[in-house]
Design a protein around this ligand. Structure first.
Ligand code: FDA
Length: 495
């Protein structure tokens, strides 16, 4: 029997989903969030919620036999990753034929595992990517609102310039300047007052213990501490964890969901039917696109358009590393980026290598402007999705990254590191942290994320943005969701 009590259901608890839940809750609309991952608030036997970076355990990854950290080798040796028990851990790596995607799993989605870099994109590029969105309104209202609600803050200049924990960033900045490239201080959602306490020894260490991709035990203002806490405080929002939505069907003037509830070891506990009037998809670029493709191709939501699945891109992500003395103390939270967008179409975050030893490596996650796009397809055989994306589509990104880092190496007498991404490989172009697209705004949906062909169905996450945003994406995803929800709550849900 269907659980029919739901006015609105939000699938997922990442950025777009959290905005939807807060704004619906504030309007007095009873809202249920369904999240396939866990709520991360209970310490394990070691007293910590998340496992250590350098000694990961089952909490690290989403049902894997081995950790899959992006740096595979150190000095060419496969010593970074290790066997773990299969469990509902916090970081997932989804493998397609020629591209892999890292994702956060749990209440807070990507906010649990990401580097916290809170970048408002360059207005000119935002207008190029989303020409039909009113940029005045975004930059005057919704970007400031997103930054404020996410509790974005900026490192104190005196701390940045003096602490040994950011020597790696200062050295990379100087070397960038030698090569003629400018850098920027990047705001973050990590609480820098807490970090300074970590450095003084008065606060428990998290960023300064190298924590990031397997979760931060302290200091990070992930969504569970901001948007989702505010949403729960309205009294109208509930979150159901370890609830994986598998199927969406039309049901009267709303939707019927088939949801699998599992335990953290993967055992199926229950298959539920949940119906709702308004359905918000915030399952991320991969999750939302998969649900809609399955619904379209199985005939559950037959009016969905051919646009579903199209326009996907990895935000031009390329990881690379150079030789450099960075120091053995490295904060896990990046705070500087090389901004070579104007001349080279590269915006490269200066990333830490928080190994606790001198690795002689300077690491970068470069975001590049890459016009190539991929397409998702539903595969009836596996009941999953495939991604039509070929490795060679990363060529424009590699060319752009070479334009910056060949010059960095030439002027600073450094070389690329061939021992971090597998032996001999100097550019890692086969994974992304920034999946974007699959249900594009204005194509698969209308200009506010209303899915074309079916009423009361909305997309609210990174799948709305067509493959590239020129900066780390979560502030853009949040601000766009704010804009769309402000319209939808005023018009579609006004009662
Ligand atoms: P998001 O992926 O956050 O959330 C989707 C949620 O839905 C997840 O919790 C998932 O478990 C759940 N879900 C999926 N399918 C479901 C289903 N069928 N049923 C129920 N639940 C389902 N960005 C940035 O701006 N600055 C940064 O520093 C970084 N750094 C970074 C590092 C790493 C390691 C990663 C993996 C990512 C980043 N990012 C980043 C990217 C950023 O985290 C990402 O763009 C956003 O989290 C995407 O937000 P969404 O709302 O689209 O979905």
């Amino acid at each position: 029997k269907a659980d029919t009590n739901h006015e609105a259901v939000v699938i997922g608890t990442g950025y777009g989903a959290a905005v939807a839940a807060l704004r619906l809750g504030q309007r007095g609309i009873r809202t249920t969030m369904l999240e396939m991952g866990q709520l991360w608030d209970e310490p394990g036997p070691d007293g910590k919620i998340f496992c250590p970076m350098l000694n990961p355990d089952r909490r690290a990854m989403w049902f894997k036999d081995r950790t899959e950290a992006p740096l595979e080798t150190l000095l060419g040796l496969p010593i970074v990753n290790r066997p773990i028990e299969r469990y509902a851990g916090v970081l997932d790596k989804v493998h397609f034929a020629e591209m892999a995607v890292y994702l956060g799993r749990g209440v807070g989605g990507g906010s649990l595992v990401n580097g916290g870099m809170a970048v408002t994109p360059k207005r000119e590029y935002f207008e190029e990517v989303l020409p039909d969105v009113d940029a005045d309104e975004m930059y005057g209202k919704f970007f400031p609102l997103a930054n404020k609600t996410l509790r974005v803050n900026t490192i104190r200049p005196a701390f940045l310039e003096s602490t040994s924990w950011y020597q790696y960033a200062r050295t990379a900045r100087r070397q960038a300047a030698n090569a003629g490239f400018g850098t920027q201080v990047i705001p973050n959602v990590y609480d820098f007052a807490h970090m300074e306490g970590e450095a003084r020894g008065t606060k428990p260490k998290s960023a300064l213990a190298g924590e990031v991709i397997y979760g931060n035990n302290h200091g990070k203002m992930s969504l569970d501490k901001t948007y989702l806490a505010d949403a729960l405080a309205t009294g109208n929002v509930t979150i159901k964890t370890l609830h994986h939505v598998k199927r969406i069907q039309q049901h009267q003037d709303g939707y019927l969901l088939t949801v699998e509830q599992r335990d953290p070891f993967g055992k199926l506990l229950n298959t539920k039917k949940i119906s709702c009037r308004h359905l918000f998809l915030g399952a991320g670029s991969l999750g939302t696109t998969e649900l809609l493709l399955r619904a379209r191709d199985n005939g559950d939501l037959p009016n969905l358009s051919d646009e579903i699945g199209r326009g996907w891109g990895p935000n031009g992500n390329v990881m690379t590393a150079r030789t450099m003395i960075g120091g053995f103390q490295q904060s896990g939270m990046p705070v500087l980026a090389i901004d070579a967008w104007q001349d080279h179409e590269v915006f490269a975050e200066i990333a830490p290598v928080p190994a606790g030893v001198e690795t002689l490596a300077s690491l970068y996650l470069a975001i590049t402007k890459n016009p190539e796009r991929g397409t998702f397809h539903y595969d009836r055989g596996t009941d999953g999705i495939t991604l039509d994306w070929r490795r060679e589509q990363m060529k424009p990104s590699i060319r752009a990254v070479r334009g910056v880092f060949d010059e960095m190496n030439r002027t600073n007498l450094s070389t690329y590191r061939p021992d971090l991404f597998g032996i001999g490989k100097v550019f890692s172009d086969d994974f992304t942290y920034h999946p974007l697209g699959g249900c594009l705004l204005g194509r698969a949906t209308d200009e506010y994320g209303r899915v074309r062909g079916h009423k009361n169905l909305y997309v609210t996450d990174g799948s709305l943005i067509g493959g590239s945003i020129g900066a780390n994406p979560f502030v853009s995803i949040t601000a766009l969701a704010e804009r769309n929800l402000s319209r939808i709550t005023a018009t579609d849900l006004n009662h």
